[in-house]
Design a protein around this ligand. Structure first.
Ligand SMILES: [Zn+2]
Length: 76
């Protein structure tokens, strides 16, 4: 599953260095971690070129996505 909908637009603008002309295909690689103020951050990794980016989301957003995030992470 592709998690690009959670990635910042500015990150998506940088094309994948492996595929050249398309967006990176980001997948979560770690558990969400709480940061200050009940925000979560999740590390995303492009399965094609290995680029990493951090995604920040509110607790509410994280809860919304947590089932699918956890399922993906356990598949890695
Ligand atoms: Zn990539």
């Amino acid at each position: 599953m592709n998690f690009n909908h959670l990635i910042e637009r500015s990150d998506l603008k940088r094309k994948c260095s492996t595929l050249g002309h398309v967006e990176c295909y980001y997948q979560p690689v770690g558990d969400g971690q709480t940061t200050v103020g009940n925000n979560y951050h999740v590390t995303m990794n492009c399965k094609n070129c290995g680029r990493r980016t951090e995604v920040f989301m509110s607790e509410k957003q994280y809860k919304l996505h947590s089932n699918v995030l956890e399922r993906e992470i356990s598949n890695v």
